[in-house]
Ligand binder design. Sequence first.
Ligand SMILES: Cc1cc2nc3c(=O)[nH]c(=O)nc-3n(C[C@H](O)[C@H](O)[C@H](O)COP(=O)(O)OP(=O)(O)OC[C@H]3O[C@@H](n4cnc5c(N)ncnc54)[C@H](O)[C@@H]3O)c2cc1C
Length: 404
Amino acid sequence: MAVAAAQYTEMTDEQKAITEMVRQFADEQILPNAEHFDHEDEFPQDIVDQMKELGLFGVTIPEEYGGMGLDLTTYVMIVEELSRGWISISGIINTHFIGSYLLMKFGNDEQKQKYLPQMATGDLRAAFSLSEPELGSDVQAIKTTAKKTGDGAYEINGQKMWVTNGLRSGLVFVLVRTDPQAEPRHRGMTCFIAEKEAGVSENTGDHAGFNVPPPLKKMGYKGVESTELVFDGYRCPAENILGGEDAGLNKGFAQMMDALEVGRANVAARGVGIAQRALELALRYSQERRTFGKPIAEHQAIQFKLADMATQVEAARLLTHKAARLKDAGERSELEAGMAKLFASEAGRFCVEESFRIHGGYGYSKEYEIERLYRDAPLLLIGEGTSEIQKMVIGKKLLQQHKI
Ligand SMILES: Cc1cc2nc3c(=O)[nH]c(=O)nc-3n(C[C@H](O)[C@H](O)[C@H](O)COP(=O)(O)OP(=O)(O)OC[C@H]3O[C@@H](n4cnc5c(N)ncnc54)[C@H](O)[C@@H]3O)c2cc1C
């Protein structure tokens, strides 16, 4: 059940056409199959193959590299529709999208030519790795190191944590410490484009020393793997420093922070998508379920819940589009992306919980879709920076802008 209010946005004809196409894909291919893949915790290969055919791995990659060349605003609209179907599906393209953003913005010509065409088709998929076992929010505390060796290559050692698409990706954009003495610490960090064999746990040959332990077991966000990565003497050529050695050495932190802005608009879109779906389920169930002689939708307490949910969905969507439009206009959007991520991920959690309550006992049953949403929604409060971290970013930016 689509909600009419969701259709009013300032969309171009192209945006309308593509979001309608993705919505239909979600209705026909994702929603009917998500329950199976979620229960089995199985990678949705058939759905991913269809996404490749639709070109969804190359939405923002320029046409000259075989992508669609669309902007971030259109991308977040697509992510909303995919996440309305199942957030694990959007998870498969999200870190890939961050990787392609990093290449487009900071990569040199050779790197773009080498990777973007295969990334546009989805034949080569990317992951994005900051977090480690002992850190997530405090990115500057990264311990994984890369040291230059006699032949000019860098040797990477250390352990990464929570890498979405960690196993099936063929490229990992990984932030490591290259200058342990640097002060401030962020000036000693570099982003490497670490190549490996997709789907292989213990790499050999050129990729020896890059290992992927078995996927982490999770409460929700099933189907897409989250893994640790273990670098044990993995050798990465200097040309795989993002932007090249001259331009990219010790510049990784700023590159990754820039990418996190688009990553946050992207997680915000996922919050809108899951909130929208929770609202749709609540609207349907509340008109079907009867208590005290009438549909529960006729009780004012339930209508108030629906009203709060719909208002949050709309507000979250508008904040998300604003953050994306600013970035498309070439402006930094730290503040707006932080607000969108904070509000939309909390709106996702809120709407899912309200919809769960409206479902009564059935919301607790695996027979009902809301049960999956209830396990999936909390991830959005964590990934790309927790709500507390978003508030820190927003507060700091406000004080910078309004310094007296
Ligand atoms: C399913 C899943 C997928 C993920 N995918 C990826 C991925 O692909 N790549 C990647 O790099 N990472 C990924 N992550 C990691 C994610 O980004 C981190 O979990 C997140 O940034 C939080 O870090 P942490 O878990 O270390 O929590 P911590 O940083 O240890 O924080 C713990 C708590 O303390 C709070 N806190 C921390 N510092 C402050 C402060 N200064 N003030 C107030 N409160 C504070 C936090 O908000 C949180 O509530 C993923 C995580 C999950 C669960």
